[in-house]
Design a protein around this ligand. Structure first.
Ligand code: SAM
Length: 329
């Protein structure tokens, strides 16, 4: 098992398949992009699958979520998913994507064994999409969402980050849109993980503000907090249910005490927290011939050293050196 010294067990593995992205969302990446990781440092498909297998077979990983960067840019994605879906014990396999290209790939990914999908959608207005993501791709994202539902990748979850003065007025229309289409919407508070270091607490649209905006139009009934488990979202029944909306208050309502996540970057580094300032290298020992058990040992020690919390609200907080796009959100 992947246990830390505070009694938490990591069972949910987030694997970044690339640090590249075809959008430039303002809360994540500068318009000009970043210096991408050099190709030889990236894990190959075989290396990704080997580490996924070690996680599932030896370390108690029960869920694997592929992410990035933009994971649909990884050419071998359907093959990686297919090889993950035949691991025993079989981990639940999911994907977080911006949806561009999903119209074409949703079917093949479902056939490969993908169980679920999260699509990021911050606005329903093409002009705001262009301002926020610096690309004119809203129609592709909406087509991707529809294709995911059509392919049976349900429940289709939608992730939204609201930014003050940009899309903060879209909480209600986005929820209506998701209710109409049967998607599960979750708002995520903006975190200090952008490459530009532009995050300011006063500019963050908080969970309280989001709930106040939604409550003006919908009746929200909190789900029983005992059923939340390690889920990052606080969920609410909308107008009596069964539809729900979630709010992930990563900054103002941290849930580190229940965290069950561990991350693997596209270049093979284990991170025990999104905000960790240290990493453990699995790639180099793997390439030097380490056995499965040796790699599992490095991984166990990495998780054992996990701190009690992300520290965003501490006076001495320092943003991690890697931005979100290079960690895997
Ligand atoms: N490219 C994929 C996507 O757009 O979903 C996967 C990677 S992206 C880093 C994963 C999620 O992280 C997205 O929902 C995105 O909105 C969110 N995200 C990125 N930067 C963030 C930040 N600074 N604060 C909160 N969420 C962020």
């Amino acid at each position: 098992m992947l246990a830390d010294s505070y009694g938490r067990i990591a069972t949910d593995l987030r694997v970044s398949l690339t640090d590249r992205c075809n959008l430039r969302c303002a809360y994540c990446m500068p318009p000009e992009g970043l210096d991408w990781l050099p190709a030889p440092t990236l894990l190959t498909d075989d290396e990704v699958v080997r580490l996924a297998r070690i996680g599932a077979e030896r370390l108690g990983i029960t869920e694997i979520r592929y992410t990035g960067g933009e994971p649909l840019l990884r050419r071998g994605l359907p093959g990686i998913v297919a090889r993950t879906a035949v691991l025993r014990p079989r981990p639940e396999t999911s994907l977080t994507t911006n949806g561009i290209g999903l119209a074409r790939l949703a079917g093949p990914l479902a056939e490969a064994g993908l169980d679920r999908i999260n699509v990021s959608l911050d606005t329903l207005r093409p002009g705001v999409f262009r301002t926020l993501a610096k690309r004119d791709r809203l129609a592709d994202v909406l087509a991707g969402l529809a294709a995911a539902a059509e392919a049976g990748l349900v429940p289709v979850k939608v992730n939204t980050v609201l930014m003050r003065g940009v899309n903060e007025d879209e909480a209600v229309p986005l929820l209506r849109f998701c209710l109409d289409h049967g998607y599960q919407l979750r708002f995520i508070e903006q975190m200090p993980l952008d490459a530009q270091h532009g995050w300011r607490r006063e500019n963050m649209v908080t969970a309280d503000e989001i709930l106040a905006a939604l409550s003006a139009e919908f009746s929200l009934t909190p789900d029983d907090s005992r059923t939340r488990g390690s889920a990052p979202a606080e969920t609410f029944l909308v107008d009596g249910g069964p539809a729900r909306v979630g709010v992930i208050g990563s900054v103002t309502r941290p849930f580190c005490g229940a965290c069950d996540r561990v991350r693997l970057t596209a270049d093979g580094q284990v991170r025990n927290c999104l905000f960790a300032r240290t990493e453990s290298n699995l790639r180099d020992p793997m390439r030097a011939g380490a056995s499965d058990e040796e790699l599992a040992g490095i991984w166990r020690r990495a998780v054992a050293a996990k701190l009690p919390g992300h520290g965003i609200n501490d006076p001495g907080f320092l943003q991690p050196a890697r931005p979100m796009s290079a960690i895997g959100g």
